[in-house]
Design a protein around this ligand. Structure first.
Ligand SMILES: Nc1ncnc2c1ncn2[C@@H]1O[C@H](COP(=O)(O)OP(=O)(O)O)[C@@H](O)[C@H]1O
Ligand SMILES: [Mg+2]
Length: 513
């Protein structure tokens, strides 16, 4: 039911703005209707309490009348016992006053007309009787007067009974009203509670439907964007909304398709480039090796034939050839990495042996800039299981960079085993006191073909490929590389490699284009 409702709100063809406003207005309307119902109930209760207090006043007045009637009748009857003219006249005056009271009361309550008529009639007859008795007394006809006097007794009784009945009726009426008013109070209490609960329920349901019809698609799109960001273009986001969120989802799907197309194009282009570079590098290396080989042969021959003036030129040819070969090898390495074609061939080897080997390889470079190399390593470095060629290349790249960018300084190589997180690692630390790097240079030095700046590139040569390859090799073997550097002061590279890597790890899983 709730899903149905939020789907219904989602599919409604209105803008998000109108939906929110609509929900708000419905809640306001509920509040207004609720207020109206409460006012109605309060009005009813007020009316009933006014009625009740009027009834109470009526009952009090009736009681008063009842008391007056009894007193009056007592008075009149006792007067009639001693037929003095003066007293009879006073009884008659009293009776007339009583009638005035009665009429006033009649004016107050119009609903007991019948009863009042009866009381009036009886009263009228009593009055007439007394007038006649008075008349007869004046004429000294006491026998007749006595006869009439006897007739007043039943009249007085009847009058008393009628006033009693009047009071009883009014009291019963009031009790009924009190019960009725209590019942009405209970009903209106339930009406208010019911209305309040209903309105709250409706408002909550409406809020839920509107918010979930908005948040549902937002969450879906957020998830989809996360997948796109991590390179998954295979899915679409399905949103039912026919508002701005629906449009947003459509645009997201279109963007996804565009990106997927572009991604495929880039992938293809990158593969072509890598294939081209791989084949070109191979084609270039064959003649280059011939050039290097023949320049070496010619150097020897020139020595044999004693043509020493040719030797410096021949050596330049050989050096240039070697330099070119290094460049071509780097390019080949990088394109292989990018094409995901690098396979690791791990083996167990002695770490100290490898360190010595690389150190002897860099000796000429150390001497070239008049640097000092200091090596610090424990005697029991032991062995590790990794791709020895790549570890060698990593260490060589770092040491040759240190030599290249340092003059008359100290280069320190530190090799130690360390254990953290349950894994044993080899930590290689290459520190120099050379030119150092600015934070901006440090940020991009691992990118291929990137060098500090034009001047550095011109002064020191190189292609900017060494560190890119080094980083890829480290990560392929499950390791990492970090750098700390201060401009003008020196640089420290720290490489950490696991002492044993899983077998047959393909570069395809770690190489990133
Ligand atoms: N030890 C170092 N001291 C100062 N700068 C360095 C050092 N190692 C690398 N760099 C900077 O990083 C850049 C990239 O290094 P690298 O990838 O080896 O390329 P290349 O050696 O061909 O210039 C270098 O050009 C240099 O600016
Ligand atoms: Mg380099």
């Amino acid at each position: 039911m709730r899903d149905w409702l939020s789907n219904f709100v989602a599919r409604a063809p209105f803008t998000v703005h109108s939906k929110l406003n609509g929900a708000f207005f419905v809640i306001v309307a509920l509040l207004i209707v609720f207020g109206f119902v409460v006012l109605q109930v309060l009005g009813g209760m007020n009316r009933r309490s006014e009625d009740l207090s009027q009834l109470r006043r009526k009952v009090a007045a009736f009681r008063q009348l009842q008391l007056d009637t009894i007193a009056q009748l007592y008075n009149v009857t006792s007067t009639l016992l001693s037929p003095q003219e003066r007293e009879l006249e006073s009884a008659l005056r009293q009776l007339n006053e009583y009638r005035y009271d009665l009429e006033r009361l009649q004016f107050v309550t119009k609903d007991e007309e019948e009863l009042f008529r009866k009381i009036n009639a009886e009263h009228e007859r009593l009055n007439q009787l007394i007038v006649q008795v008075l008349e007869l007394t004046r004429q000294r006809d006491f026998t007749k007067a006595k006869e009439l006097r006897i007739q007043t007794a039943p009249l007085a009784n009847s009058l008393e009974r009628l006033t009693n009945e009047m009071v009883n009726r009014a009291e019963a009426d009031m009790e009924a009203r009190v019960d009725e008013s209590h019942g009405a109070y209970l009903t209106s209490r339930w009406v208010i509670i019911g209305f309040a609960v209903g309105s709250i329920g409706l408002a909550i349901l409406l809020g839920y439907a509107v918010s979930s019809s908005l948040m549902g698609p937002v969450t879906l799109m957020d998830k989809r964007l996360g997948q796109i960001a991590s390179g998954d273009f295979s899915r679409r986001v399905e949103v039912q909304n026919r508002d701005e969120l629906g449009t947003l989802a459509n645009n997201l799907n279109r963007m996804n398709n565009e990106l997927r197309g572009l991604y495929h194009q880039i992938e293809t282009a990158s593969r072509h480039k890598s294939d081209f570079l791989a084949s070109m590098s191979h084609e270039l290396r064959t003649p280059l090796n011939a050039i290097i080989g023949y320049s070496e042969m010619l150097t020897e021959e020139a020595e044999d034939r004693n043509q020493k003036d040719l030797i410096p030129d021949l050596q330049k040819i050989r050096a240039s050839g070697k330099h070119l070969l290094v460049l071509i090898n780097d390019i080949l390495d990088l394109s292989k990495i990018e094409a995901g074609k690098v396979e690791l061939s791990p083996e167990t080897f002695d770490i100290a042996g490898l360190v010595e080997e690389v150190v002897s390889m860099v000796q000429p470079l150390i001497a070239k800039n008049a640097n000092i190399l200091s090596i610090s390593r424990p005697d029991d470095l032991g062995s590790m299981y990794a791709d020895i060629t790549k570890v060698r290349q990593i260490l060589f790249n770092l040491l040759s960079n240190a030599c290249k960018f340092t003059e008359l300084g100290t280069i320190t190589l530190e090799a130690v085993r360390e254990r953290s997180g349950g894994i044993e690692r080899l930590s290689l630390n290459v520190r120099d006191t050379g030119i150092g790097m600015t934070p901006e240079q440090r940020e991009k030095m691992f990118q291929p073909f990137t060098q500090a700046d034009v001047q550095t590139a011109r002064k020191y040569g190189g292609t900017g490929l060494g560190l890119a390859i080094t980083k890829q090799f480290c990560e392929m073997m499950g390791g990492e590389i970090k750098v700390a550097s201060e401009y003008g002061r020196g640089t420290t590279f720290i490489v950490k490699l696991p002492l044993s890597m899983p077998d047959g790890r393909s570069s395809a899983t770690t190489a990133s284009a």
